[in-house]
Design a protein around this ligand. Structure first.
Ligand code: C5P
Length: 398
């Protein structure tokens, strides 16, 4: 969740500042871009060199460098950040946040920022318990900031009790979970089908199609990035996903039907992107069919239309999205699929559009919603197309 996030780490004057070095390392390891701001007293506890080396960015300690006159713009820094974590926050900086005192770069950035702010206090037991500290904690919480509570244990003073800064690992997992909870599809179960299906003729041959799975995988990845708990039901495909934990590999339409049936009941959103075979051989030869002198006739029978069967079962609180890949009368077919299959959205891609459809890395789609309103999109990468589809789904939810 922290990957590519811009994070400002504020470090105040506390012996727990030594833990900030570990925190920077973990944040960078998680893929975040980290910029550190040290308060003047924070710089007494840990050197800018340590934090600059670990964060791979210069450390900010003041508004400007005395010798060079280089100016650190607090407004720009505040707006750059996707989140601010002040760890450790001292009783002094806590009081400044609570009252709006702005006498150093960190407090100025705090006041300029629009992003979520997290603080991990570290102080001696009695300072932590003091009414004024607790009053300030309540105050900054009322402003919408989030406090990562200190733990109990031996304190630097020798006292034993509450006041130890949360461990860096705990802070990182706290931030990770908080980001997840803010995501629009957090905790929602979603199913996506992708790729072709293969219908066996004999042990070595099958009827298949040119679907690569790229579009379905891209949709599954985007839904996961929105916080959804995604199950990807994939036909034979060389695609890989870094986002999806629950991938169910299937081969035939029948196997895909069984997998979809198992998961559909509990899904909030289902996107059927797979190019499912419409016909399969009526019988599968148990041995390889030998070459014969004459032509070979295969009898095909219809497969189950998975989407239609899910459309019949769909409840009011479920969203069902289907695809229509057409070569002629595209809009008429797409709209009739939306109605016949009881869909909330139908995504039309026409094989007449250059760069759309199978195998390519791009696609050009038109989306119809239940009111048959039409949105036409430009030719884009499949990742961008997946974002447009997710956006259309989020619009229904809103
Ligand atoms: O009717 P048509 O095959 O064009 O519909 C395409 C849509 O139906 C796609 O969303 C596809 O995933 C789904 N489909 C299905 N089961 C089939 C055939 C298509 O779920 N047997």
């Amino acid at each position: 969740m922290l990957k590519n996030k811009n994070i400002i780490l504020g470090v105040c004057g506390s012996i727990a500042a030594y833990k900030s070095a570990f925190l920077v390392r973990l944040l960078v390891k998680a893929g975040a871009n980290v910029k550190v701001i040290l308060t003047p007293d924070g710089a007494n506890f840990i050197t800018p060199l340590t934090l600059a080396t670990l964060s791979k960015n210069p450390v900010y300690t003041q508004y400007f460098e005395e010798e060079s006159g280089v100016w650190s713009n607090h407004v720009e820094l505040g707006l750059w950040a996707d989140l601010i974590i002040i760890a450790p926050i001292s009783a002094n900086t806590l009081a400044k946040l609570a009252t709006g005192i702005c006498d150093n770069l960190l407090t100025a950035v705090y006041l300029s920022a629009k992003c979520p702010v997290y603080v991990a206090p570290a102080m001696d037991l009695d300072m932590w318990k003091h009414e004024s500290t607790q009053f300030n904690i309540d105050r900054i919480t009322a402003f919408g900031n989030v406090v990562i509570s200190p733990g109990s244990g031996e304190l630097a003073s020798g006292l034993f009790g509450e006041g130890r800064m949360a461990e860096p690992e705990e802070i990182v997992s706290f931030l990770d979970n908080s980001i997840k909870k803010l995501m629009p599809l957090f905790g929602k179960k979603v199913m996506v089908t992708a790729g072709p299906t293969y219908e066996a003729i004999d042990p070595v041959r099958f009827i298949g199609n040119h679907s690569s799975g790229k579009m379905g995988f891209a949709i599954a990845d985007e839904l996961a990035k929105l916080g959804a708990d995604v199950t990807l039901v994939a036909g034979p495909s060389a695609q890989k996903s870094t986002e999806i934990l629950n991938r169910v590999d299937v081969t035939s339409a029948e196997e895909m039907f069984e997998a979809c049936n198992t998961f559909f009941e509990n899904t909030f959103i289902t996107v059927m992107c797979a190019a499912v075979a419409d016909y399969k051989p009526k019988t599968i030869a148990t041995h390889k069919i030998k070459k014969q002198e004459h032509n070979l006739v295969l009898e095909l029978e219809k497969t189950i239309d998975i989407l239609t069967s899910l459309g019949k079962r769909k409840k009011d609180n479920q969203i069902l999205v289907g695809f229509a890949l057409e070569t002629n009368d595209e809009e008429t077919y797409a709209k009739s699929k939306l109605e016949k299959k009881n869909l909330d959205l139908v995504i039309l891609n026409s094989l007449n559009d250059k760069g759309a459809g199978f195998k390519s890395d791009t696609n050009k789609i038109t989306i119809f919603n239940r009111a048959l309103e039409k949105t036409v999109f430009e030719l884009k990468s499949k990742t961008e197309v997946a974002k447009d589809i997710c956006e259309a789904i989020l619009k229904i939810i809103k």
